[in-house]
Design a protein. Structure first.
Length: 625
């Protein structure tokens, strides 16, 4: 395809949903996938017997219980030493009764937990007046697309037919006999390990009110709600060619169609694309958080190579990258978009591939930047026309929020107080779209780069950039940093904003730029590197790793370059650190995970250890970021 395709994984709560879905659908799991999952889960099991939410977290009940179930469904015996150790850890922590909500839901549809122990997932919410903030259309895309099929399955009270294996597993997840469990008492029970975003009093009251409704709900209203939900699921599937926005709603959608019509064509289409979410690595098979990160990785790789000045040496690779990026631009809109709460998508790029169908502001910005850099090379690949570039600009402009920042998939639709109703337990800031510093930077950089090509958009672009700069100024922290959301964390956010400010024409002596550069310099370690871990995102304060980190060092160098400090001692020492850590084959050793989602979950962008050191060293040589 021409893309720079790399591993994008790290989460450990997704494999059980995949394994469970194959079991529910009655579909045979490909042997290589089964063996790969078992090998990967074995490699990620902690010494205490549990599994983390991700590869850099402590043991979570939700991951430990559901991965235990996955191992059993894949044929691992209950007396296997790995599973004995797992039970030894999770049973004293509450077992299935103390798992966070997404784990309980999976257990429920597998017949390993009871619906009385779930908090309500009412499909009737989709029948609320659209002006109400609680209407699901106002939720963040991933939130609403996960709870959409969950509400359908809840409304159906779906439970897969029980087998001897499932009945055996059920008895292994709890300290007391299954028949004696008081399920209602478990509704609000979540182990401390799993409770990153504890239920608010407001949410508990809301759940209690919905329980009252559920006991006497109207069957006619339920049927109407279920039809509405099913229609939205249909549009999500068809508009993404059954890839869906993410792996969790994809497998849940497949189960929904299985309930509607077992073995139907929609189920077959879902099953055919399930392997696209699986990455086979040296340590086994894992489920990615997206179908791929190809647009994102390719756009960054192009920028690093072009900046290195070695375009002649890598002309063939760059030709493939241009061909790939040109082909992955989304060229249509979702049919009947307004009725299904979809914004314009034509002209954008998604995170992975065009099939997935959800454009992202920063992916669109980075793709446009990469394509502009490739133009002077006159590569033998199709270019993006002026008309299509203009569509990309217009998409970015349409995604700016009133506060001046840019969100991911669509403008913010709901108020921040909706976070009071966050039911996920282990994620924060999941309920609504927000403005993100990084998305704003990628968008501004693309707008600034293309401004002079489109005089008809000068006024709109200038106004957009001015609003973005004002947003960044408001968001700068007292210590001069900016807090990233999609990467770890203050190093990431500060680099992105400094790049955006430079693209916006903010001078190097601007107080905001000076303070940010001083922040980065203050965090440099004695060996010349920088170091930060995902604990910075979780705790929302700067937390260092035990050693300097290659990716963090690269981001800090790029940030200082964007602040006009190319000749500084800090940049010189940072580059020396990168050179000293480079291995004989030209690569850098993989270290702590550098990506994050929703404050708490580590995301492993393996390409970052290849791209950003090259980018930083090349940029420092040229005296630019």
């Amino acid at each position: 395809k021409g893309s720079f395709r790399a591993e994008y994984a790290g989460t450990l709560f997704l494999i059980p949903y995949y394994v469970g879905t194959y079991a529910i659908l009655g579909e045979p799991m490909p042997p290589a996938m089964r063996e790969g999952f078992i090998r990967y889960l074995t490699s990620q099991q902690h010494d205490d017997g549990g599994w983390g939410l991700d590869i850099e977290s402590k043991s979570y009940v939700v991951s430990s219980v559901t991965n235990y179930v996955a191992m059993r469904l894949m044929g691992v015996a209950a007396d296997d030493e790995r599973l004995v150790r797992a039970r030894r850890w999770f049973l004293p922590h509450g077992g299935g009764l103390a798992a966070s909500s997404w784990g309980k839901f999976l257990l429920t549809i597998l017949g390993l937990y009871e619906y009385d122990g779930l908090n309500p997932l009412l499909p009737e919410l989709w029948l609320l007046p659209e002006w109400m903030p609680l209407h699901p259309s106002r939720y963040w895309v991933h939130c609403r697309m996960v709870y959409l099929p969950m509400s359908y399955l809840y409304g159906k009270r779906f439970v897969t037919p029980q087998s001897p294996l499932l009945r055996a597993i059920r008895d292994e997840l709890y300290e007391q006999p299954y028949e004696q469990i008081d399920w209602k008492k478990a509704r609000h029970r979540v182990a401390p390990t799993d409770s990153y975003a504890p239920y608010t009093r407001t949410l508990r009251l809301g759940f209690d009110a919905m329980q009252v409704y559920e006991r006497g709900h109207s069957e006619k209203l339920r049927a109407k709600a279920m039809a509405t939900v099913l229609d939205h699921i249909r549009v999500e599937d068809e508009s993404s060619d059954f890839v869906c926005v993410g792996p969790l709603n994809k497998v849940l959608d497949a189960i929904v169609w299985h309930v509607e019509d077992p073995g139907c064509e929609r189920v077959k289409k879902h099953v055919a694309r399930m392997p696209e979410y699986v990455w086979f690595g040296d340590d086994g098979a894992k489920v990615k958080s997206y179908n791929s990160s190809e647009v994102w990785d390719t756009a960054f790789a192009v920028q690093a190579i072009v900046l290195s000045g070695q375009t002649a040496q890598y002309r063939e690779a760059l030709t493939g990258a241009q061909r790939f990026l040109e082909a992955e631009q989304i060229l249509d809109d979702v049919p009947d978009a307004k009725r299904h709460y979809r914004d314009v998508r034509r002209g954008g790029w998604g995170f992975g591939t065009r099939d997935q169908g959800w454009p992202v502001s920063d992916c669109t910005g980075e793709a446009l930047k990469a394509l502009v850099l490739l133009e002077p090379l006159k590569l033998p690949a199709k270019t993006v026309s002026r008309e299509r570039m203009l569509e990309g600009i217009d998409l970015i402009l349409a995604m700016q929020n009133p506060d001046g920042g840019f969100a991911t998939y669509e403008r913010t639709r709901g108020p921040k107080w909706l976070e009071l109703f966050n039911p996920s337990d282990f994620f924060a800031e999941i309920m609504v779209e927000y403005s993100y510093l990084e998305c704003t930077s990628s968008s501004v950089q693309a707008l600034a780069l293309l401004r002079d090509r489109f005089p008809e958009r000068h006024e709109a672009i200038d106004a957009s950039i001015a609003r973005a700069v004002a947003y960044w100024r408001r968001e700068q922290r007292a210590d001069g940093s900016w807090e990233g959301f999609w990467g770890v964390c203050f190093t990431y956010g500060t680099w992105f904003v400094l790049d955006g400010l430079r693209a916006a024409g903010v001078p190097f002596d601007d107080p905001a730029v000076v303070r940010a550069a001083e922040f980065l310099e203050s965090k440099q370690r004695p060996d010349g590197g920088w170091s930060e871990t995902i604990e910075s995102s979780r705790q929302r304060r700067y937390v260092e790793a035990e050693t300097s980190q290659t990716v963090q060092t690269s981001w800090a160098i790029l940030g200082l370059l964007a602040a006009g400090r190319a000749s500084s001692e800090a940049v010189r020492r940072g580059c020396a650190n990168l050179r000293a850590k480079q291995r004989d084959d030209g690569s850098w050793e993989k270290e702590h995970v550098a990506g994050v989602t929703n404050r708490n979950c580590a995301i492993d962008y393996v390409s970052y250890w290849s791209i950003f050191p090259v980018w930083a060293l090349a940029a420092s040589t040229r005296g630019e970021g």
